[in-house]
Design a protein around this ligand. Structure first.
Ligand SMILES: Nc1ncnc2c1ncn2[C@@H]1O[C@H](COP(=O)(O)OP(=O)(O)OP(=O)(O)O)[C@@H](O)[C@H]1O
Ligand SMILES: [Mg+2]
Length: 283
């Protein structure tokens, strides 16, 4: 097909030899099948900021690193330079997450580069070499649903061990290749340690999986994998091979109010000592 204008810079740079066809036009991006030498790959062209939707909400941006404080200030103020920076941070977020996750052994498409707002990555294919279907287009038996659910939980755990939460995980952002589920669509990926909504987002991602698969395997509907995974993560106990049960124990022990009061008293005295030392000696 004729090379779309936005893909032309990658053709000029020799990163892409030919655009074969358009695969999908989603809410956030248009995806093309391209040829790079002998390889068939996939080019995701991000839409302009004004055409994008919820994923750029503030809660996703929190904890993202920019190169320096001048850029951070410009982004906060929303100057033209700031908006350009924000756009770059956004466009690079997906390729960064893909590199991090591929290195951690998560099943994601292998990334190559993000250039001029176009992400070049492996095309996920089915056994016949065609673009892989999305999970929501695949009919599952109960056994296969349980198997895919378990595989995906393992991926979510691997991601969290690498410090990343997908943030928009659903049957629409999972492809199925001949070996099982592959996770895609990560520009909104969240930094688990630096984002105050991290717990909520992890639980929502995991609940989306349970909800979806429970139509084939109803026993998943009451599982609590999200809470269980998060509990292990904050306790520093989450490992790629952590064994999950889907149940969390409620803590019925009464709170030790006396111990809390004692801690508060110690903190109060320390602050008082410091204040009087400062008044007496100026240190
Ligand atoms: N690496 C890939 N291999 C095969 N197909 C892909 C790949 N990346 C994206 N696709 C296809 O393109 C579609 C859109 O991709 P993606 O979800 O990343 O973009 P999006 O615009 O954010 O989508 P949406 O807003 O609809 O979720 C996917 O549902 C999938 O069918
Ligand atoms: Mg998507």
């Amino acid at each position: 097909m004729k090379t779309p204008k936005r893909v032309q810079p990658l053709v000029d740079e020799g990163l892409i030899d030919e655009v074969l066809r358009q695969l999908m036009s989603g809410k956030e991006a248009t995806v093309y099948v391209v040829r790079c030498g002998e390889e068939i790959r996939c080019a995701k062209v991000y839409k302009e900021a004004s055409q994008r939707s919820f994923k750029q909400a503030i809660s996703y941006q929190e904890g993202r690193k920019v190169k320096n404080s001048r850029q951070a200030r410009a982004m906060e103020k929303g100057t033209r330079y700031g908006r350009k920076m924000q756009e770059e941070v956004w466009q690079n977020a997906e390729v960064d997450a893909l590199y991090r996750l591929a290195a951690a052994g998560v099943r994601v498409p292998r990334p190559y580069i993000c250039f001029e707002g176009v992400l070049l990555m492996d095309l996920v294919t089915d056994a016949g070499g065609n673009a892989a279907p999305r999970l929501n287009d695949v009919v599952l038996t109960e056994a296969l649903a349980l198997d895919y659910h378990a595989q995906l939980l393992k991926q979510v755990v691997l991601m969290l061990c690498a410090g990343v939460i997908h943030g928009d995980l659903s049957e629409y952002n999972i492809l199925v290749d001949e070996h099982g589920p592959v996770i895609i669509d990560l520009p909104q990926a969240v930094d688990a340690a630096g984002n105050t909504s991290a717990e909520m987002m992890l639980e929502r991602d995991v609940a989306n999986l349970a909800n979806y698969f429970s139509q084939f395997a109803p026993q998943l509907a009451s599982s609590q994998y999200g809470k269980e995974i998060w509990k292990l993560y904050v306790a520093g106990l989450l490992q790629p091979d952590s064994i999950l049960t889907g149940r969390v124990k409620l803590d019925h022990r009464p709170a030790d109010v006396g111990a809390v009061m004692r801690e508060m008293e110690i903190a109060r005295r320390e602050a008082e000592d410091e204040r009087s030392r400062f008044q007496q000696h100026g240190i």
